[in-house]
Design a protein around this ligand. Structure first.
Ligand code: DOR
Ligand code: ZN
Length: 404
């Protein structure tokens, strides 16, 4: 048994000085005193590893933007020990064949554990594998689809599913794409897309709303649904981020939207934090028709830990939103420092706030909207008891497993 001793976040109890025993990748014991084969006295605080249920690792299809190696290393360095990858790769993850191919690529390259989302297409619920495919969830996009199909697919899946339907809720009729002269044109193009979409979504406990971005949308989340918010919709707005590089779907909004979403996140009304890590290269971002998306899996936890250290967010709420809540939502028993759970954790020095520098990041996109923002990066990150990242250096190759 390996023993880790120091101040640890124990769910329901807060920060306590304890010994954590790790055996075969699991937490085998949490006690005041423990004797093991190895004994590590750590400095700082030990928190559960984060579970980011919304990333785009671009593999297969766009390895110049990211692949399972670079994406998962970016995750690991930022304290994220498990991710769910979205299906808009090339080919899309839409059936057993594309699912198995991506699963095998991920298993051969990813340093963090993972799940895969499957794309909602016509006749999804009629497929023979609908009830058995080990997907984390279904994902429905508003691109290239009529609004009739969009809402009828959503209703049909919600009617038949036993796993969450994650929706990108921007109304297909309001996804205008007029030319951008400035970033605010993108926001203007999509002004009512989110609230209009949410107003027409049925209420279901299987519904999960991805990347909430507006105050009006927040008020229209169907009653039984859950939701997530990303750091860029909490911290960035059209005043503090004017570059067209910051084009993202759904778009950045106003300070008021940041504040209202942040209040809902603090209260737990928005239960989950996700990154929507959507890397594109600098060249693509500077082209005439820049794609939407911001990288974020590596900066998500460091930025939010800095929010905690500056008193704007409670540690308890962050830990819940980054670890326990996403795992629970997807039916997994993980995200807590208690006996029997997976030994995924990070050690952080809450006093070590430093500006984010591009050359420390691992994503192939090679840019960040958060350059020079203060952040607290984990000093060590453990996946199933193994050290995978230390002070930004990756310590393991691959080893990630499908959690579903
Ligand atoms: O900005 C976005 N980028 N929003 C999405 O929904 C997709 C993503 C991407 O894949 O680039
Ligand atoms: Zn996304």
């Amino acid at each position: 048994m390996d023993v880790f001793e120091g101040k640890s976040w124990i769910s329901g109890k807060g920060l306590n000085h304890v010994c954590i025993g790790v055996e075969d990748g699991k937490i085998s014991s949490v006690k005041k005193i423990l004797k093991g084969d190895t004994h590590t006295n750590f400095h700082g605080v030990l928190l559960p590893g984060a579970f980011d249920m919304h990333v785009h690792f671009r593999d297969p299809g766009y390895p110049h933007k990211e692949d399972w190696k670079s994406g998962s290393e970016s995750a690991a360095a930022g304290g994220v020990t498990a991710v769910v990858d979205m299906p808009n790769t090339n080919p899309f993850t839409t059936d057993l064949e594309t699912f198995r191919a991506k699963e095998s690529t991920a298993a051969s390259k990813s340093v963090v554990d993972f799940g895969l989302g499957v794309n909602v297409d016509q006749d999804l619920t009629k497929q023979t594998w609908f009830d058995t495919i080990p997907a984390a969830f279904w994902k429905l996009y508003p691109y290239g689809i009529s609004s009739d199909d969009f809402f009828s697919y959503a209703n049909e899946v919600l009617d038949k599913t036993k796993k969450p339907l994650v929706i990108h809720c921007e109304h297909p009729d309001h996804m205008h794409n007029n030319t951008l002269n400035q970033l605010s044109d993108h926001t203007q193009n999509r002004l009512i897309a989110e609230p209009e979409c949410l107003a027409s979504m049925p209420s279901s406990p299987y519904l999960h709303v991805a990347h909430l971005s507006t105050f009006e949308g927040l008020n229209r989340v169907p009653k039984l649904a859950t939701s997530e918010v990303c750091p860029h919709h909490l911290l960035l707005n059209l005043d503090n981020c004017k570059s067209i590089d910051c084009k993202v779907d759904p778009p950045l909004r106003t300070r008021k939207d940041n504040t209202e979403l942040y209040d809902a996140f603090r209260s737990g009304k928005i239960s989950i934090l996700s990154s929507d890590h959507a890397p594109h290269t600098v060249e693509e971002k500077r082209s005439d028709n820049p794609p939407s998306g911001l990288p974020g899996v590596e900066t998500m936890i460091p930025l939010m830990l800095n929010e905690v250290s500056e008193g704007r967010l409670k540690l308890e709420r962050l830990v819940n939103a980054m670890s326990e809540a996403p795992a629970n939502r997807l039916g997994l028993e993980r995200g807590k420092i208690i006996e029997g759970q997976t030994a995924d954790f990070m050690i952080v020095d809450m006093k070590k706030s430093l500006p984010i520098k591009l050359d420390q990041l691992h994503s192939r996109s090679n840019w960040t909207p958060f350059e020079n923002w203060s952040a607290i990066f984990p000093s060590q990150v453990y996946r199933r008891g193994e050290l995978i990242a230390e002070d930004g250096e990756i310590k393991q190759e691959k080893g990630g497993q499908n959690l579903f």
